[in-house]
Structure formats: structure tokens, C-alpha cells
Write a protein that binds this ligand. Structure first.
Ligand SMILES: Cc1ncc(COP(=O)(O)O)c(C=O)c1O
Length: 365
């Protein structure tokens, strides 16, 4: 069988092992150390955020952002419905109530529905996803959140490097969360970063992420904490990956342009758009079919050992959230029914993309 083409596999730059060796040489094999500090600085330098905390996952970053926004049991929290569970599960960790909001033609949250939901529900915070590496209408959404005094937490897990008016996604709101999970644009095998311009909040996040230990000789605890810090070993991988992040973004965008060139003539195919003033990282090339069932395309790709994926199943359709309110629902449900994510790994050659595209073409109705 042909070698498997994965959706978005890890792609090391070359220096990661050298940096891991440095960690081993220093014996700082701990959730503290020079590479954790360096990785945080690198992220700040790259995104323009004032401060950052390296964590075990983006899910942990979103959880800490909710804690720091003082979201408590019974509070309402607005969230994009078209997203991954890691964006929303932390709302439940806090005992809060998610209220979902549908997408618009951009696939990301509809600002009109966001305003309506905020006006009616008065949520404490909004967890906004920048889906598949494409910026949401973040300037409008940030304005709305500010006007209603709602904490804005950007789930930029998929969108590291994506910008709106040249400002990085993840840096518009009160907090931003990036993911370094195995399939992200850069990876540390697992990991995340919480960013904010509020340095005091980030220093509190670091305390909460290390079991909330108070500064005493013994282990003293005044508030509830977590074991969420990133290991120095994984941060060493992160520092190596930051060196190749700009080239990964360019390569993801090139892969998208190859798919566009190879499939753009097919009338029933529509690619996820890039909104005006934005520049996405095109983490995954995603598209919809007007009449072909995406399951048929996925099965055809699977026969050739090619991995693909449906668009995220909206949160309001998940049994876990059957009680939750959702403002609008048609757009995300339609994208889920007709959408597919195609392989977009940064090590893909044009021949790989041609192979995927020709299999897609062969499966059309
Ligand atoms: C939109 C979105 N939010 C949150 C997460 C959670 O990230 P992590 O796996 O680092 O917890 C992911 C990916 O894994 C994601 O795609």
C-alpha cells in the first residue's frame, strides 16, 4: 500500500534534538528551566503579546483564562459552536454554562449573533475560535465584547501566525490560547501557550499552573491550582519549532494554493474563505461540496491510505451539550454536513497534493 498521507503530521525543523540534548546536559528535566522561558519569549516576540505562559495544552490555557476572568459556577460563557471540544470543555470545568453562537459565511462566529447573544444572555466571557487557521471578524467582535464588558478569550489553537490587519490572532482579546498538539502548525508533541498583555494575569496563571503554591518555605495553598506547566524538554522542541514557524505558514498557504489550482474549476467545491484584511495560516485546507457526500470522498481517500476529516461537529449538536442554548445553527450544521478537511502537512510535495486532488475529483457525484 502507498505510504500514508496524514492530515497534518509533525514536521521537525532540525534543531529540536540539539536543544533537547542541552536540556539533558543541564539535567533541567522539569516543568521549569531556560527553554520554558525562551519559548515564552519567542512566542511574545513572534505574536507581539506582552507576556506568555507555557502550559501542558491549549485546553489548560483556556481553562486558566476562564479562571482569570473570574468565571464561576452558574455563569454563562459564550462560545463558537463550530469548534473542537478543547475550546469548550473548560467552561464545564468551571461549572459554568456554555451558550453557543453560529458561524456566518466566514465559517467563524457571526458578529451579529454574538451581539444578540451577549445582549440577551449577559455572559461573563466569550471563547471565540479562529477556525482552521483563519481569522474570525475579530475587530468587530472585540469591539462588542468591550462595549458589554465581556472577557474575550481567543481560541487561537489552530491559528498561530494568522493575522487580522497585521495583528496576530490571539492578541486582540483579554487572553489568547495557542496549541502545540501533534497535528498543529508547530508541535511540542503536546502543549499550549496562554498569552495576554496583562502581565499580572500571566504571572498569576503561572502560579495557578504550578499547584498555586504560595511563597513559603513549606507547601502553602490559599487557592485552587492545577498541574498545567510545560516541561523544559517539550519547550526545547518548541524553541526549535519556532525557527521554522514562518516557513511552515508559507508552506501551508502554498498547499492551499495548490489545492485551489487543482480543484478550483469544480463548481460544487467552495473553499473556506479568507476574510478581508486577514491572512490565515491555512492550518488545514477545508472545503465544502454542493452535492457530493463528504463521507464518500473520505472513503475514497482512505482506500489510498490518505487521511481526511469531516469539519468539526458543532458543539450544540453534541449530546454533552444537549441542554445548551445556541444562537443560530444553520450555517455550522450545513458546514458539518458538506465539509471536509484535506491533508495539509508541511512536508507534502506538490505530487502528494496532486494525488489527493485527483482522488477527490474521482469521488465526485
Ligand atoms: C480549536 C481548538 N481548540 C482547542 C484545542 C485544544 O488544544 P490542546 O490539544 O492543545 O488542548 C484544539 C486542538 O487540539 C483546537 O483545534
Amino acid at each position: 500500500m502507498a505510504e500514508k498521507i496524514f492530515l497534518s503530521p509533525p514536521h521537525m525543523g532540525g534543531n529540536e534534538l540539539k536543544y533537547i540534548q542541552e536540556v539533558f546536559d543541564s539535567n533541567y528535566i522539569a516543568p521549569l528551566g531556560a527553554f520554558v522561558d525562551r519559548f515564552e519569549k519567542d512566542i511574545c516576540h513572534f505574536t507581539g503579546a506582552a507576556s506568555a505562559a507555557a502550559l501542558s495544552s491549549a485546553t489548560a490555557a483556556i481553562h486558566l483564562a476562564l479562571r482569570l476572568s473570574e468565571v464561576k459556577a452558574g455563569d454563562k460563557v459564550l462560545a463558537s459552536t463550530l469548534t473542537f471540544i478543547g475550546s469548550v470543555a473548560p467552561i464545564l470545568y468551571q461549572g459554568a454554562k456554555p451558550v453557543f453562537v453560529d458561524s456566518d459565511e466566514s465559517w467563524n462566529a457571526d458578529p451579529g449573533l454574538v451581539e444578540e447573544a451577549i445582549e440577551k444572555e449577559r455572559p461573563k466571557a466569550f471563547v471565540l475560535t479562529h477556525l482552521y487557521g483563519q481569522s474570525a471578524k475579530i475587530d468587530r467582535i472585540a469591539e462588542i465584547c468591550k462595549a458589554y464588558d465581556v472577557a474575550l478569550i481567543e481560541d487561537a489553537a489552530e491559528s498561530l501566525g494568522a493575522t487580522f490587519k497585521e495583528k496576530h490572532t490571539g492578541t486582540f482579546g483579554d487572553f489568547g490560547a495557542y496549541s502545540f498538539n501533534g497535528n498543529k502548525i508547530i508541535t511540542t508533541s503536546g502543549g499550549g501557550m496562554l498569552v495576554s498583555d496583562d502581565k499580572t494575569a500571566i504571572s498569576h496563571a503561572k502560579k495557578l499552573a504550578t499547584q498555586a503554591r504560595e511563597p513559603a518555605l513549606w507547601y502553602e495553598h490559599e487557592e485552587l491550582g492545577y498541574n498545567y506547566r510545560m516541561s523544559n524538554v517539550l519547550a526545547a522542541i518548541g524553541v526549535g519549532q519556532m525557527e521554522v514557524l514562518p516557513s511552515h505558514i508559507e508552506k501551508k498557504r502554498e498547499i492551499f494554493s495548490w489545492y485551489e489550482e487543482l480543484l478550483g474549476d469544480i463548481e460544487e467545491i467552495e473553499f473556506m474563505p479568507e476574510i478581508e484584511h486577514s491572512r490565515g495560516n491555512r492550518w488545514l485546507t477545508t472545503l465544502t461540496f454542493a452535492c457530493t457526500n463528504p463521507a464518500k470522498v473520505m472513503a475514497t481517500l482512505q482506500e489510498r491510505n490518505i487521511e481526511s476529516r469531516p469539519v468539526w461537529k458543532p458543539m450544540h449538536l453534541q449530546p454533552l451539550f444537549k441542554e445548551a442554548l445556541c444562537y443560530g445553527k444553520d450555517v455550522s450544521e450545513d458546514l458539518f454536513a458538506r465539509g471536509i478537511c484535506l491533508p495539509s502537512g508541511t512536508a507534502m510535495s506538490k505530487e502528494d497534493v496532486e494525488q489527493v486532488a485527483s482522488m477527490v475529483r474521482s469521488a465526485l457525484c
